[in-house]
Design a binder for this molecule. Structure first.
Ligand code: SAH
Length: 364
């Protein structure tokens, strides 16, 4: 029973105490505690990936995903004139994407000598898994706790399913104005629940086409991180690839979701025990990257990106040396990544570069 567990989980007690002390908390605070509390946060102690975990990501589905990103990195490196460059990955999970990047670029003359790798990861468990996976693959890999530590060099940035894990806030349009949707504890029900905060910003009645009860989302943390990354790329030169599920335009609906054992789970049921995410607001990320002076390509879908990068050709190459079982996994894996019915269209690829003259392979 999820309600019963909400009473007994140590993180639930911490959140209840916080609410008792300060009143209802924002969804961003709830998400941040549920995902990243230093002791009980969802990402901090476990490896959530794979069939026995809670969800699966593109690099865990097919090696071709990371390999195509590797080719992208090598192409961008050449366009940036070669020479020393940092590859920065945000939220690298199990390290599979980086392992595939390194394998795909092994025979690219000079590339491995030029790169240093910087993994930004808050979870000690996952950082350890990444270390074990990659320690023999490249001599220069370091782990960073935050993006503030990214070295001031030319940079290629990769973020797959990173921004969806960052805390969001939600607001509801009401007759009294815009009100924040917050989280409180219902003692009678023994469960967390959503409540509306005080009436806030009054929207002009005329010309306001957004109907009452509409939920709007906003992620101050994502914006702040994107601002720092965009500044960094613009100042030091480089390019970035952000891949995630998301929307283009304002989210006029609730995209907050939790997953446990590959099934949707009530967001407030068991803090720390399920993955919580929201769709990424790409329009904001694009605007921030542009405002910092970067060139941003129109969003591509994941299917378009992989196809343009030559995923099909890579698949055919791999099939030539594969056992029958490997063959069927390779084929179904790539199909899942590119098919519009699976991940091909929901996932978007945002590419940006410090210099508008650079071409962004796969995205335009
Ligand atoms: N990119 C990986 C993992 C995606 S899951 C893949 O595609 O498989 C999200 C990842 O982001 C996890 O590694 C998680 O620990 C990490 N993460 C979540 N919030 C973070 C933050 N604020 N800073 C750094 N890493 C974070």
């Amino acid at each position: 029973m999820s309600e019963a567990r909400s009473c007994t989980l140590p993180l639930a007690a911490i959140i209840r105490d916080r609410i008792a002390a300060t009143g209802p908390i924002s969804i961003a605070d709830y998400m941040s505690l549920a995902l990243s509390h230093p002791e009980h946060g969802y990402y901090i102690k476990r490896d959530p990936f794979g069939t026995r975990g809670d969800f699966i990501t593109a690099p865990e589905i097919s090696q071709i995903f990371g390999e195509m990103i590797g080719l992208w990195c090598a192409q961008m490196w050449m366009q940036l004139g070669g020479g020393p460059i940092s590859i920065v990955e945000l939220g690298p999970g199990r390290g599979s994407l980086m392992a595939d990047v390194l394998r795909a670029t092994k025979s690219m003359a000079g590339f491995h000598d030029a790169i240093s790798i910087h993994m930004v990861e808050t979870s000690p468990t996952l950082a350890h898994a990444q270390y074990m996976r990659l320690r023999d693959d490249h001599p220069r890999i370091e782990w960073l706790d935050s993006i503030a530590e990214i070295p001031p060099n030319k940079t290629l940035l990769i973020a797959n399913e990173f921004f969806d894990a960052l805390p969001i806030k939600q607001y509801v349009i009401t007759d009294e104005g815009m009100r924040e949707r917050r989280v409180t504890w219902n003692e009678a029900q023994s469960a967390f629940e959503f409540v509306l905060g005080d009436a806030g910003l009054m929207l002009a009645k005329s010309g306001n086409a957004i109907p009452p009860d509409t939920i709007m989302e906003h992620s101050p943390v994502s914006r702040s991180i994107m601002r720092q990354l965009a500044q960094h790329i613009h100042t030091h030169g480089g390019a970035g690839l952000i891949i995630d599920y998301g929307y283009l335009g304002e989210a006029h609906h609730d995209t907050l979701q939790a997953l446990k054992a590959h099934l949707f789970h009530p967001v407030l049921a068991e803090p720390g025990e399920a993955d919580i995410t929201a769709h990424v607001d790409f329009l904001s990320l694009i605007a921030i990257a542009r405002d910092a002076g970067n060139a941003v390509a129109p969003l591509a879908t994941q299917g378009e990106f992989l196809t343009r990068m030559g995923a099909q050709l890579r698949l055919e190459m791999l099939l030539r040396q594969a056992t029958p079982e490997q063959k069927s996994n390779l084929i179904s894996g790539l199909e899942r990544l590119v098919s519009p019915q699976a991940m091909g269209e929901l996932f978007k690829v945002m590419g940006f570069a410090s210099d508008a003259r650079m071409e962004l392979p796969g995205v335009m």
